[in-house]
Design a protein around this ligand. Sequence first.
Ligand code: GLN
Length: 195
Amino acid sequence: RPHVGVLALQGDVREHAAVLQALDVEVSLVRRPEELAAVDGLVIPGGESSVIDKLSRAFGMREPIMAAREAGMPMYGTCAGLILLADSIVDGIEGQQTFGGLDVVVRRNAFGSQVDSFETDLVVPAFDDQSVHAVFIRAPLVEQVGELAEVVASLDDGRVVAVRQGALLGTSFHPEVTGETRFHELFLQAVRAAA
Ligand code: GLN
């Protein structure tokens, strides 16, 4: 069984742990470098990206996460987690940093006050064009997709809301709150391939 971690500094950690447990993997909450070293893949939850960024530095986790990612550890970020995996962000708070890894530009809180939160159905080519019910909560948007990254899902108007690059996956929405498991399964495929 693969052993995966959920970065447990802030955010919807429990929801991710529950999805992963239902997929029959060993799940650990990761707050310390030793805990990161013990897992084969890492989920970075939704929450508040600037807080997770600050706490990752306070807990001495920023460098270990970046080193693990560079060494090929599969990672999946939802919402704030996507922001943290982006190489570049727009509208971060002053001094906000990311771990990087995805060759994309992501805009925080891109849907503004008009629709802070909304739900919609997305058609996902990687799932044989089946649809996914997606929940967006003060969600970011992938504004630019660089050459190294690949679009996984877009809104009807073409705006990009899910990307992957090698063993990294990011979604601006929250599959972990709707009982959706296919994105976690995609992440677990990368974990099994890397193991
Ligand atoms: N707006 C949050 C941020 O900037 C993300 C929201 C979420 O993860 N649901 O980090």
